[in-house]
Unconditional design. Structure first.
Length: 586
């Protein structure tokens, strides 16, 4: 990359120290699901770079908080005695974060550690005589690009070391210029990457298809990176592409079409299969974070666990935590679309019983939680969950209440920490102070919850083996649709959006009915449809910025200035070196 600022030796020491603190004595490194403990070997170093994608970064509330809690899709309010945490979660939605905010600092450290791990892997692989040197080197460079792109998206600048120059200087690069160099670098590694399935690769590895996906995202957001503070949000999406022919949008269409037309991927008819416990072989998955439950480090289930009520249990040994919810604005964007197969889906048990989340009754105890000594497994409705909630209760002995004929009893639920408050997830939040996302103890039931991700009942209250898609085919369709739309090719944009709508089907309770096609498209419809497809997947903030929605006020979020489109450089980093300059407005 072109040099913007040479960072002095002190920052190199800081990043080296950060790397060593995070990577020495690794508990787990994963490459092709082989465990090891040597981060200085080729396999170990590359696995350590992959490992940073998980372990809280893209699987917990960390990057999610910045990409979703700052939008109309999600927030994590203070709920009585819970989720105060010094106001750090509220600050994301209320746009009051500062350079000292914990989430701002923690994510910077996680992502820069991803850079240091990737750089270490590049150095170790480059100095090796591995028979797969070219492949592993390309993968490490792909990961470096992914971490760097994410930091540029969130913080507007990033530490960077040219992976092609041995001993090159560490730099601080700015998004407006770095995005072009990053695109060129990812394009350059494509010949050395494996196609998905070749060389024993799987969706947890950075393949050619992962590179096409990343390039699509970079080209789609390139104009924002170049003009972040544009007050009117009138970004130049038709700028000439960095390489190849045509404009940025032409390159989005080119790379997304390589994926859509490859024949390797298919849209799931059951939308929620993308986010299920057994999604590892999903037909939409392009690049994922592989998760599992073992005695080293359990996968993270925060996307599901955080939204469920504490008295909602998929097995007698676990519960939700009554945290995040969606806004009234996003929930009501689904008005007249509750029959969309992506909105919600009920579960059918083996004897034909449907749990519809709406009534007292019972379900068979036929499903057993894996590795649990025969604990029964209760399945909640998936998707957007509103209204009075029903489910199993615990007995004093700690098991599910059962009927006399051995079925799981389904009862009306109440809030765990407000026993007189029914578990009624109200679409309206109605904060006492509209500017602050704070609930009193008897208000902790408020907010529509998101059960898009399946809650894994096997590992207490947090573990999961749900693979987390970073890129999947549904998202690729949304990117191509937007690119077509920005080129004025509305018919093609509508066709891609309708492919997402009509390929998905509802459950057998509704005769497997497909979603309904749209007859027209405009900017508002397209924005709404992007939300329908990609909610709760860490894509909303860039969507809102591109469509000029991010600065607008909505529930518990004030009108904000364009400088809030990126986050500040953490004060801790500024205290270490003056070579980093604080972002405008902070």
């Amino acid at each position: 990359m072109k040099l913007n600022k040479i960072v002095n030796r002190s920052i190199l020491i800081v990043f080296t120290a950060l790397f060593l603190a995070s990577c020495t004595n690794l508990d787990e490194v994963v490459l092709d699901e082989v465990l090891g403990d040597d981060a200085t070997s080729v396999d170990g170093a590359l696995a350590a770079a992959y490992d940073r994608l998980g372990d809280g970064t893209f699987v917990g509330k960390n990057v999610f908080a910045m990409q979703e809690f700052t939008t109309d899709v999600a927030l994590l309010p203070t709920r009585g005695s819970d989720w105060g945490d010094g106001g750090k979660w509220r600050a994301m939605h209320e746009f009051t974060w500062t350079s000292g905010s914990a989430i701002v600092t923690d994510n910077w450290n996680l992502l820069t550690n991803g850079i240091t791990r990737s750089l270490s892997a590049i150095k170790i692989i480059n100095n090796s005589d591995s028979s797969q040197k070219a492949l592993f080197l390309a993968e490490a460079k792909g990961l470096l690009a992914f971490y760097t792109y994410t930091i540029l998206d969130l913080y507007g600048q990033a530490p960077y070391l040219d992976p092609y120059t041995e001993g090159g200087p560490l730099q601080i690069v700015q998004a407006a210029t770095a995005i072009d160099e990053l695109i060129v670098e990812v394009e350059a590694i494509i010949p050395d990457l494996a196609s998905l399935g070749q060389n024993s690769t799987h969706t947890g590895r950075f393949t050619k298809e992962a590179a096409y996906s990343l390039l699509s995202a970079m080209y789609l957001n390139r104009s924002v990176f170049k003009d972040r503070y544009n007050a009117s949000s009138n970004f130049n999406f038709t700028e000439a592409a960095v390489s190849g022919t045509g404009t940025d949008m032409d390159r989005v269409i080119y790379y997304t079409s390589l994926l859509i037309d490859s024949g390797k991927f298919n849209l799931e008819r059951n939308y929620f299969d993308n986010f299920s416990i057994n999604n590892s072989k999903g037909s939409e998955l392009i690049f994922v974070i592989v998760q599992k439950i073992d005695n080293i480090r359990n996968g993270d289930n925060d996307f599901a666990y955080n939204s469920m009520g504490r008295n909602q249990r998929t097995s007698p040994s676990n519960r939700g935590t009554n945290g995040s919810c969606t806004t009234p604005e996003f929930y009501h964007s689904w008005d007249n679309n509750h029959d969309d197969p992506r909105f919600a889906r009920t579960y059918q048990y083996s004897d034909g019983t449907w749990f519809t989340n709406t009534q007292i009754g019972s379900v068979p105890a036929s499903d057993i939680v894996p590795n649990s000594n025969n604990l029964p497994w209760f399945h909640f409705t998936r998707g957007m969950i509103a209204g009075p909630q029903y489910g199993p209760k615990l007995t004093s002995a700690g098991g599910f209440e059962m009927t006399t004929d051995g079925r799981i009893k389904v009862s009306e639920l109440y809030m765990e920490k407000s026993a007189g408050t029914k578990m009624d997830f109200t679409p309206e939040l109605n904060f006492d102070d509209p500017t602050q996302s704070v609930f009193a103890q008897n208000q902790i039931n408020r907010g529509v919850r998101c059960f898009k991700w399946e809650f894994d009942p096997e590992s207490g209250n947090g573990g999961s083996k749900v693979d987390i898609p970073l890129f999947r085919l549904g998202g690729i369709y949304t990117m191509r649709a937007e690119a077509y739309f920005r080129k004025g090719q509305n018919a093609s944009a509508l066709s891609d959006i309708n492919a997402l709508r009509i390929t998905r089907t509802r459950e057998a309770l509704y005769s497997n009915a497909p979603g309904k096609a749209l007859t027209s498209i405009d900017s508002e419809i397209l924005f709404r449809e992007l939300g329908f497809e990609m909610y709760w997947e860490m894509y909303r903030r860039p969507q809102m910025i591109r469509f000029g929605k991010y600065d607008l006020p909505y529930t518990a979020k004030p009108l904000s200035l364009p400088f809030r489109r990126i986050f500040p450089i953490p004060q801790q980093t500024l205290d270490v070196t003056k070579d980093f300059k604080q972002n405008f407005g902070y």
